[in-house]
Write a protein that binds this ligand. Structure first.
Ligand SMILES: [Mn+2]
Length: 448
């Protein structure tokens, strides 16, 4: 399994001469508020990264000196078979996950005692407490491991990239089918059902995050998940959704008109966001900082707003008062991997930028080959942000209040692609129509 490479990569960060072990506790089944309703199981991402095990109640130990990988599986009784089906034998588990040593979970303490580690590295206080409840005889470190795994996970191996290409490929198909199927009068949940059908029919069963299926003004609610309103003729429709393949996420956003034709205002706003997206993608390469891309997007968005006569003044003065954050109030993008908002965006010592909009940026470090990022500029008309700004003299002097108020029912536009940073630039994993002409063609053809 490709996870053996991940374990090697992690071990290369530790001093091989030390008498220590890495310990990880796998996730358990979660239930809804003390009932017996089980949430679908999804392994904790660090455990998945190092073991590939997507089943509850496992443990893992890696001996640093030898690299030996110990896996601990839960011992199941007959009742388990009654409720959950066949119990796999140890040989089957060994063959599937290929640990160097396979034990039952209740043997964890005795195996640790045999290994006699001077130090046990674990992820967090909760896992440290679990070990301390087993025995207080060990030295437990909760600092080193999380940083080391995060460092590894932020640069993908070729095997990981293959999983991400697969998740992206199916997401491309599902987004295209959604675009073709949309008609005014459909409910947001119908679009959600249709989108998820196209993921599931390809065998992808796990949402990477709560999908956003938003018509009209709902498209300006950044984490809208009600998905229960009708989509009207003349509305924009925004879909931000993706599924996991082998644990790896895809996260794509498209916005298009419900009736298949952009109005003048919709086209102008959309083209501005698309210009920001396309420009930022062109800039992606090793050495570039995400905050530079974010600010490049802000300038393009303000320029578009000037062309629409929604804002007036000098670009740099508007940048100084953070005018962009009124229309683009989130970060430009984030790392993507086993988690949708993947780890590693802020290495130790790097703080968030205390500035509107950009403070929500989830990645603040130089891009390196092997990183996978999203680029997702947006432009929204959110009365809760714009109304106070119209009363704030520092910002109001740049705002064309009448015109902006006229767009309070507009909603918003966000367009998001997923990129692998390569040695020379980028590989775009997302291939869903995004140029205005392409979208109108796809939607027009599907109606004919
Ligand atoms: Mn995203």
């Amino acid at each position: 399994m490709s996870q053996s490479l991940n374990r090697e990569k992690l071990l290369s960060l530790f001093d091989e001469n030390q008498q220590g072990v890495i310990y990880l506790k796998g996730a358990e089944v979660m239930y809804r508020y003390g009932t017996d309703y089980e949430f679908p199981f999804r392994q904790e991402s660090n455990f998945w990264y190092l073991t590939g095990v997507n089943e509850p109640e496992y443990h893992a130990v890696i001996e640093i000196k030898t690299g030996d990988y110990y896996l601990f599986s839960p011992k199941r009784d007959a009742q388990f078979a009654v409720w959950h089906g066949k119990i796999r034998g140890q040989d089957e588990i060994r063959g599937h996950y290929q640990p160097d040593h396979l034990h039952f979970s209740h043997e964890l303490l005795s195996v640790l005692r045999t290994l006699q580690p001077e130090q046990i590295y674990c992820l967090d206080e909760a896992q440290a407490e679990y070990l301390e409840d087993l025995s207080r005889e060990f030295n437990v470190d909760t600092e080193t491991l999380a940083d080391a795994i995060t460092y590894c996970r932020s640069i993908k191996t070729e095997a990981e990239l293959e999983f991400m290409r697969e998740a992206a490929g199916i997401n491309n198909l599902a987004h295209l089918e959604a675009m073709k199927a949309l008609r005014p009068g459909m409910y947001e949940y119908e679009m959600k059902a249709l989108f998820e059908y196209h993921q599931m029919r390809h065998g992808l069963l796990q949402n990477a995050y709560s999908g956003i299926h938003a018509g009209g003004t709902n498209s300006a609610i950044l984490h809208y998940t009600d998905n229960n309103q009708p989509i009207r003729d003349g509305d924009l429709y925004l879909i931000d959704a993706g599924f996991e393949y082998q644990g790896y996420a895809s996260d794509v956003t498209r916005t298009y008109p419900a009736n298949g034709r952009f109005t003048g205002d919709q086209a102008a706003v959309y083209q501005t966001v698309l210009n920001a997206l396309n420009r930022c993608i062109e800039l992606v390469k090793p050495g570039v900082k995400m905050e530079e891309l974010h600010l490049a997007a802000c300038r393009i968005i303000l320029t578009g707003l000037m062309e629409m006569d929604l804002v007036r003044g000098e670009l740099e003065e508007m940048m100084e008062v953070n005018l962009f954050a009124l229309f683009f109030p989130h970060g430009l993008g984030h790392f993507l991997g086993l988690d949708t908002h993947d780890v590693g965006g802020y290495p130790k010592g790097v703080e968030r930028i205390d500035r509107p909009g950009i403070r929500f940026l989830r990645v603040r470090r130089e891009l390196e080959a092997g990183m996978v990022i999203t680029i997702e500029p947006g432009l929204y008309f959110i009365p809760a942000l714009l109304r106070p700004a119209l009363l704030n003299s520092e910002q109001a002097r740049f705002l064309n209040g009448k015109k902006i108020e006229g767009l309070f029912g507009f909603g918003g536009v966000r367009i998001e692609d997923n990129l692998v940073v390569t040695e020379t630039g980028y590989e775009n994993l997302t291939d869903v129509p995004k140029e205005i002409r392409e979208i109108e063609k796809v939607m027009g053809l599907s109606k004919a």
